[in-house]
Design a protein around this ligand. Structure first.
Ligand code: ADP
Ligand code: MG
Length: 140
């Protein structure tokens, strides 16, 4: 498996609790490298665009409200099989279903406030990285 890139977000429930470092340590510990990183506070327009495939879902409005409720940390992670590896370290969407030792099992508050985002496939990763970072911000 060649080196891959994926988009990772540390969500507002985690920035609020001052645990971004703990989360990055988990990602780095799994062999993922942070090659771009910035702390931002999304406007509604940015959150809606990022999550546009979820438009129409009953949780969409609340998801946008949550993702704009505080600062978030955007990151590009690089490594062998980075997309699947990040998803594995994150754990299942609902922390109740997440494996022991995963970020969501350990840190997530609930299904919505689940601490991290990770791209779910190569096409999504490409799109999400492009939405969040300029080429010049990905510095290795
Ligand atoms: P993942 O983040 O694991 O890829 P999804 O893409 O299915 O999960 O959903 C995106 C995000 O929307 C989730 O991480 C979570 O914050 C929120 N979400 C998903 N499903 C629900 C739900 N049923 N109720 C509330 N929030 C949800
Ligand atoms: Mg998803």
């Amino acid at each position: 498996m060649a080196s891959e890139r994926t988009l990772s977000i540390i969500k507002p429930d985690a920035t609020e609790r001052n645990i971004t470092g703990l989360i990055v340590a988990r990602l780095e510990g799994a062999g993922l490298r942070v090659i771009a990183q910035k702390r931002v506070w999304w406007k509604k327009k940015e959150a809606k665009k990022f999550y546009d495939i979820h438009e129409g879902q009953p949780y969409f409005k609340d998801l946008v409200a949550f993702m704009t409720s505080g600062p978030i940390v955007l990151q590009v992670l690089e490594g062998e099989d980075a997309i699947a590896k990040n998803r594995a370290v994150m754990g299942a969407t609902n922390p109740v279903d997440a494996e022991p030792g995963t970020i969501r099992k350990e840190f997530a508050v609930n299904l919505q406030r689940n601490s991290v985002h990770g791209s779910d496939g190569p096409e999504t990763a490409k799109r999400e990285i492009g939405l969040c970072f300029k080429k010049s911000e990905i510095v290795g």
